[in-house]
Ligand binder design. Structure first.
Ligand SMILES: [Zn+2]
Length: 471
């Protein structure tokens, strides 16, 4: 029998979603109902954190995976807050790919919701619910990819590991912290894909895709000012509050030097190509080697796009100021805490010296707090198999360009990157206009376009099969 006749016969015998003909892949239209069923099911399970109760959700996932014959296990340090790890075996010629989503969500103020936050209501082309874009979209897309890989019996060059992670929203010790510390052999991989990027739609049209390849590192600094205590009726030159206030003001005005890495340089260059002319000029100017041109663009960003300003440098924001306890007592000590978000290649000791020079006051002690620190990690590769696959899927599925980005905040990928796993943050397409209207991640309400949920499943599938498929 010719291959064409076999294909024809199979097409008659098997439902389309089960077809494994090279080049045809899954039947996406047929798959939509199943995607929606799992998506609504996980949205309706209450995993608002605190308290999380993620075990209920991963028990659902496990039962779905069990039915398909995909080995999965629940692991965790708290029985109510389990993680799930499932694995499809490859031929071992390449190291594993980890695909990850978190099962918990932030809490809700139910009175603010038009549709109850756990209802997963479909209305006007949207699905409403807590977790719709953070992060039950990633979770569902990864689940669907696992189901398809198994059903279509896709030959794999590497194992594909699926992790449903608990506690991402502020209790990562029971999630990624636990997995990396106590179960690392279960999740050890060459590459990881998790939340952190996204597809940006403006005016209803896709403008660009972002992939998070890098993140800044939180390094808190404390300023402690010491003086002589005394009666408030007799002002002293050594007043600790006066010294601290002046030090905080100097640090607050200071703008550490602008420095680009491969990710941020590429980000601003590419962003300029998809931005209106006036803003595109700013993005090009900030990369200029002329300090005056760069400074003007830097000023504009600080005023108008502070997140972009933070991407240019190690940033410092004084966020706590403590001193004094009675109006008639001059205190002997006052303390301020600076939220420092360091560029990944920043030398902490040298940076601390710079802060001391800016403070320039021997009465004020400058030191790291040592709290909430995350490990510094190796620079990412923008020429890796995964990055190339993400670019290709961005073109093929969304017909758009891909920008690598550095997030100013920290993510759970930091722990994996510190273990040598190359991580890339992705996300479904959302309208740029939605968060200001109160429909974004962590907003009063949260929603996703149904069409974008389904498109995101396809994007996942294309990336995973390109990276893990055996050719
Ligand atoms: Zn999230």
């Amino acid at each position: 029998m010719t291959p064409a006749r076999i294909a024809l016969l199979l097409a008659v015998l098997l439902p389309p979603a089960l077809l494994a003909q090279p080049g045809t892949g899954p039947d996406w239209t047929k798959l939509e109902a199943e995607t929606m069923q799992h998506y609504q099911a996980v949205l309706r399970i209450d995993t608002r954190n605190p308290p999380g109760n993620e075990t209920v959700l991963v028990e659902y996932l496990k039962q779905v995976l069990d039915k398909e014959g995909i080995p999965a296990q629940l692991v965790g340090s708290d029985p109510k807050r389990s993680n799930l790890v499932a694995r499809l075996k490859g031929n071992g010629s390449k190291r594993p790919l980890l695909i990850m989503g978190h099962s918990d969500t932030v809490t809700t103020d139910d009175a603010k919701w038009k549709f109850p936050p756990l209802s997963a209501t479909r209305d006007g082309g949207y699905i409403y619910g807590r977790g719709t874009v953070d992060d039950k979209d990633n979770l569902t897309a990864a689940l669907m990819t696992m189901l398809l890989l198994k059903r279509l019996n896709v030959p794999l060059a590497r194992d594909v590991i699926f992790v449903s992670e608990a506690g991402e929203e502020g209790s990562s010790g029971i999630g990624i912290g636990y997995l990396v510390r106590d179960q690392f052999p279960l999740i050890d991989a060459e590459y990881c894909i998790a939340e952190g990027g996204g597809i940006v739609r403006i005016g209803g049209a896709v403008k660009y895709a972002t992939v998070q390849t890098l993140e800044k590192i939180p390094r808190g600094i404390e300023l402690v000012s010491r003086g002589i205590s005394g009666h408030g009726s007799v002002p002293l030159k050594s007043n600790a509050i006066v010294h601290l206030a002046a030090a905080v003001a100097r640090v607050g005005e200071w703008r550490p030097e602008v420095r680009f890495n491969e990710t941020t340089g590429s980000y601003f260059r590419k962003l300029a190509t998809v931005s209106p002319p006036e803003v595109a000029k700013i993005y090009r100017d900030v990369l200029s080697s002329d300090p005056k041109v760069q400074r003007a663009a830097d000023d504009w960003l600080l005023e108008n796009e502070p997140r972009h300003s933070s991407m240019l440098r190690t940033s410092v924001s004084p966020n706590i100021f403590n001193g004094g306890y009675r109006s008639n007592v001059i205190p002997s000590e006052a303390k301020a805490t600076l939220d420092v978000r360091a560029l990944p290649d920043e030398d902490p000791a040298k940076f601390l010296e710079q802060v001391k020079r800016v403070v320039n006051d021997p009465a004020v002690d400058v030191r790291f707090t040592g709290q909430n620190e995350r490990p510094a990690t190796a620079p990412p590769r923008l020429d890796s198999d995964v990055y190339k696959a993400l670019e290709a899927a961005g073109t093929h599925v969304y017909n758009t360009i891909t920008l690598p980005t550095m997030s100013t905040g920290a993510t759970d990928m930091a722990q994996l990157r510190a273990k040598g796993v190359q991580c890339y943050g992705i996300g479904s397409a959302t309208d740029f206009e939605d968060p200001p209207k109160g429909f974004g991640a962590h907003s009063d309400q949260e929603r996703i376009l149904e069409s974008e949920l389904h498109r995101f499943v396809r994007y996942n599938w294309e990336v995973v099969t390109a990276v893990a498929g055996a050719r």
